[in-house]
Design a protein around this ligand. Sequence first.
Ligand code: ZN
Length: 397
Amino acid sequence: MAMVTLIRNAKVYQPEYAGVKDILVLGGRIAAVGEGLKADFGGSVEVEEMDADGMAAVPGFIDSHEHILGGGGEGGFQTRTPEASLGDLIRNGITTVVGCIGTDSVARDMTALLAKAHALENEGISTYVYTGSYRVPVQTLTDSIMKDIMMLDKVIGVGEVAISDHRSSQPTFEEFARIAADARVAGMLSGKAGVVNVHLGDSPRHMDLIERVLHETEIPASQFLPTHVNRNAGLFDACLELAKEGLTIDFSGNEDIDYWETICDEVRVCRGVRRLLDMGISSDRFTISSDGQGSMPVFNAQGEYQGIGIGKASSLLKEIRECVQKEGIPLEIAVKGITSNVASVLKLGAKGQLKAGFDADICFLTDDTLELKTVMAKGQFVVKDGEQQVFGTFEKK
Ligand code: ZN
């Protein structure tokens, strides 16, 4: 890996569009974004150069909700989903991932989740985790939510705590508020987001618990990142109401939306983002995550298991493409949902922007069809011209 990389002629989205610029990368960070940049060290330092040839350069994607350890199991042990691989993430532009545990917190736990996060970090990307799972009381690695957030570097919040779902542990208002309070204070004490990533189910109780915390306690909207907000039309309406009050809401990407749109009224991400913007809600208030490796079980009206699919890391870029191509949302707005907005709500200080001082996580997309060609993670080209350059320990080269 070269210590110095000079990228020329990229259409730079910081994510706001900054024009055709060069990007100078030094030791894993962006040193400068500007015109006619030079990197001359008199031959004493190897300088790698890349001509971006007018491709769009956007910040590396941040996936705020991915079951890196695998998830699922709702149809029996044989429906447990596999772990994420480095290749699957980087080939889809994901350079930062937040791992979470879902329904099953018995056969999956925080020890294994943290081990997996460290493995992916060692292999070349940036990783974080939420402590806990669907369940309340939250099952932490140490003896408390606060200690996990304060003392474990990778733990940035709690999640995914399930509400309004037949698979949740049916937390009471007091239990739920206490989780948010602990996460908030631990976040303050450690300089982290201390966010609660909330799994929303299909029940008509929708966002009730979050709404009550926002309206009946002193805890601000910035403490929550509810996810799967687009899983049905009624839920999405409720989420938009709270987004108006300053809550950031997280869409789940879906590669099989043509199917899910018809069977359960799921809101296509690009249509949802369009609605949010048309309502005059700030473009800072949405994120998109992949729910990658999460199971997508189908239940009938009686709650009986019918079949299973799996969330895909590729859905992030697919949704951005649909925002631009189907809804005419400018790339600089759409891409905020998987870059700067995520970094902001999760307080990932050096992530999500292409500016001097930020981590050199960069995705290069063809200007016209938004095809992902090249990916840099922490200053290293991990995908180049569509070819994977860095491989996980057990991946085939
Ligand atoms: Zn979930």
